[in-house]
Design a protein around this ligand. Sequence first.
Ligand SMILES: [Zn+2]
Length: 269
Amino acid sequence: MKKTKFMNRFCQGAVLTLAMLMGACGSETESTVESVENAVKEDVASAEEEWDYENTNWENISDSECRSNVQSPVDIKAEDVIEANLEPIKYNYTPFDMRIVDTGHAVQVYGTENSSITVEGKEHQFKQFHFHYPAEHTVDGKRYPLEMHLVHQEKGSDNLAVLGIFIEEGEQVNEFLEKVFVRVPEEKEKEVQTDVTLTLSDYIPPAQTHYTYTGSLTTPPCTVGVDWVLYKEPIKASQAQLENFAKYYSNNARPVQPLNNRKILKTME
Ligand SMILES: [Zn+2]
């Protein structure tokens, strides 16, 4: 769903650019027109396919918002945090059979349409969760080994709310994560439907203390206007689980971005 939206937006942009370039070059030779078309095709590839974590200067990716000044992730510095009387998040998560894919950028699990959360009075449907190794957000400079993002979309809108859960090393095997990690498909970009049932509410940190701020997707096209909720309390996974996960992705974290004039709100403790 998300990808379709991005592709639609992308293609609109690409067609417009091509039309403008063709118009401007109408009297040029055929070979010039071809090279312009090729240049546009390369641009099209760059936003959807050709970005990577070797070079995270994504500002020049066409039809992306990666260069805006309200990007994610950020470092959550104590001096930028304001305690506020935030409404508790309401969870309406129902069990679902997980569908899993290695997208080439992350390990991702899709849910069904019947799970949702309510954030500040607005209902958001659960879409998917995925992982970043190491964590993308930092807390006073501290970086956890892993961060999970649960992506939700507001009903009747394109607005996104993402729950971020930090994962740190602990003694025990995390059973929820184990169900996911042992089923990462060997082939990239191949979705696998499983009969393994997940219940997200089993996994949300019990302490509801969280930070919230407005930022962006942390991957191209870096769409802005994303409501972030980051739980202060990490959950735990065993050392072996974290080490095994790093075999799939050992660096799919975007560097922290400047907070600029934004503030980060935090629930009262
Ligand atoms: Zn993410």
